[in-house]
Write a new protein. Sequence first.
Length: 250
Amino acid sequence: MNKKMTLQIAGVLLVAILIIQILPVYAESTTATELEEQAQSVPASIPAEEAANPMINEQEIWGNMDQGIPAVMAVSLKDADKPMQASAPKQEEKQESAKSDDKETNRKAAQPVKVTTADRKSSSSDEKVSKSPKNVISVNGKPMTFKRSYNMKATSYTDHPSENGWGPIDALGNPLKLGTVAVDPDVIPLGTKLFITGYQFKHLPEGGLVATATDTGGKIKGNKVDIFLPLSQKEARKFGVQDVQVYVLK
């Protein structure tokens, strides 16, 4: 039994020694075979890399290959220019759309402006208004032209004999009435049509009095006007002395 056990142990040890000696040789042969296959595949891929990436230096490609860059990185180098190529048509489309917009704007600007009949009428009416006389005043709601105007002091008088020594008539022999005024003939000639505004008196028309210069007075000199009032002396004196605007009508 001891001899059998010894032989068995010796056999096992011999097999183990043989296996240990064979493994390194097999590993070396396998590694050499793989390296030869990789070396044969590398030259075939280099021209394709150079064609797809003309901006990449050949030395850089070979250097990267020597350092063992994976094939995935090589594929990404091929596709590096694709986004730039795709963006170029978009820029061209934007330029074409901008040109078309400019053409459309130029067409709109070049269209002639049509002048309608209403526009012509309004322009002609504006011209008429601008050509209308400047010296215009509203007399009882009607426009009337005047030659000139005066700032005057206004007083009042009645037909009382103490105020009118020759009776209730004016200097031209006409009966005294509302609208008769006395003036200085050197300032306003007798017979001149007047429009007097600016007074405050309840017995005179609001907005102005249309009068005729047909009377004179010893105290009416210069820019003074004396307005006849068909009232009593007491009531007429309430008028006092007022500043008025006297328009000489045409």
